[in-house]
Design a binder for this molecule. Structure first.
Ligand code: NAI
Length: 351
């Protein structure tokens, strides 16, 4: 049952106003139709003040529980540390709120399963995990072209998520809680590979990596460059590369190879269409971070969520998709740590 009448806005409370939460808040306040950003929650006073001063939000909460008790909030946007996602999603559902939550759903399979089971008890509430690339215009076009048979039968994905080197080592500090490079970065590529290949079940993975520039990652058993191979049933394959050390910018690209062709999204991570020709050759500037690359997709993602809540429409990504991405990400991490290939026989997919 849907409680929204035509013309009703979805009243949203944002939770977490850090690196990405601030961007989601700006989008919800100014660029998403049918949404009203009415509340913000952060344990950090400066972040709450910034939300009030920059966006005019008056309902400010220092605890999540207090926000959930607010009857003027219809939906929460969780942009909080990943370790908090499962319990925060479940608490929102129990409080009768729709949920948007940033990726990944969780770093633990058992927690993903708990969220999937709880969400089934609240079928009238929407829960979307933000795999933003599925909302990018180029990835959508690639998906439609593959579906229409343009490259024959797609059997292989080569996909990378590579960040510009940050000499301050933000992600070294982030490493103890990020789940490692595969669960933090490659989880996007994992989700894309499943989506673009038609949701095949994984059968075996192998992953390895190296520390090229940031020795501090060793303490968290993480790497700054990782490579992985995933075998799926039916002979489908995915190869992933993730890096934190690019010199030129944020470089995300995906190639899909089929029996009658191939397509590539983002081969040149160009910042815009300007090309400079000079004594060094021909060049272009690159997207500096993930946000510039996917800025429009973050708005589309929020719009799809709000439209689904208002119109009681199905969402394009299920919680089961998010669980499967974590399942593969965990296996990659295990493989990187053990040096062994990991098979999925012992952990059959739920769906
Ligand atoms: P951040 O550390 O910059 O921000 C986290 C925010 O959560 C802060 O505002 C903090 O005050 C708040 N917070 C912490 N504990 C809280 C609690 N108990 N209740 C309410 N608020 C709390 O982290 P960042 O980089 O913004 O990442 C947040 C999430 O977004 C992560 O899950 C991350 O994986 C995801 N992310 C997704 C990206 C994408 O491409 N879709 C890119 C970057 C991050």
């Amino acid at each position: 049952m849907n409680s929204f009448s035509a013309g009703d806005s979805v009243r949203i409370g944002i939770v977490g106003l850090g690196r990405l939460g601030r961007r989601h808040a700006e989008n919800l306040a100014t660029r998403v139709s049918g949404a009203r950003l009415v509340a913000a929650c952060s344990p950090i006073a400066d972040e709450r003040r910034a939300a009030r001063d920059a966006l005019g939000i008056e309902r400010l909460y220092d605890t999540y529980e207090a926000m959930l008790a607010d009857p003027e909030v219809d939906a929460v946007f969780l942009v909080t540390p990943t370790s908090l996602h499962p319990d925060q999603i479940i608490a929102a559902l129990h409080a009768g709120k729709h949920v948007f939550c940033e990726k990944p759903l969780s770093l633990e399979l058992e927690a993903c399963e708990r969220v999937v089971a709880e969400a089934k008890r609240f079928p009238h509430l929407k829960t979307l995990i933000g795999f933003v690339r599925r909302f990018d215009a180029s990835y959508r076009d690639a998906f439609e072209k593959i579906r229409s048979g343009r490259i024959g039968k797609a059997f292989m994905v080569r996909s990378q998520t590579c960040d510009k080197n940050d000499p301050d080592g933000f992600f070294v500090r982030f490493a103890p809680t990020s789940g490692g490079i595969f669960l933090d970065c490659s989880v996007h590529d994992i989700d894309l590979a499943r989506w673009l290949l038609g949701n095949p079940k994984p059968t075996r993975v192998y992953a390895t990596g190296t520390i090229a520039l940031h020795p501090g990652l060793a303490e968290s058993q993480d790497v700054d460059n990782g490579v992985a191979i995933v075998e799926f049933e039916g002979g489908k394959l995915a190869v992933f590369y993730a890096s934190r050390t690019m010199a030129h910018g944020h470089d995300t690209s995906t190639e899909v190879i089929g029996t009658a062709g191939a397509l590539n999204v983002g081969r040149n991570p160009r910042a815009n269409r300007v090309e400079i020709a000079d004594e060094h050759g021909i060049s272009n500037e690159c997207t500096p971070t993930f946000y510039e690359r996917f800025a429009d997709a973050f708005v589309t993602e929020a719009q799809v969520f709000v439209d689904a809540v208002r119109g009681n429409e199905p969402l394009p990504i299920t919680l089961q998709d998010a669980l499967e991405a974590t399942r593969i990400g965990i296996a990659l991490r295990e493989s990187q740590l053990s040096g062994q290939a990991i098979t999925f026989d012992a952990v059959p997919a739920l769906a």
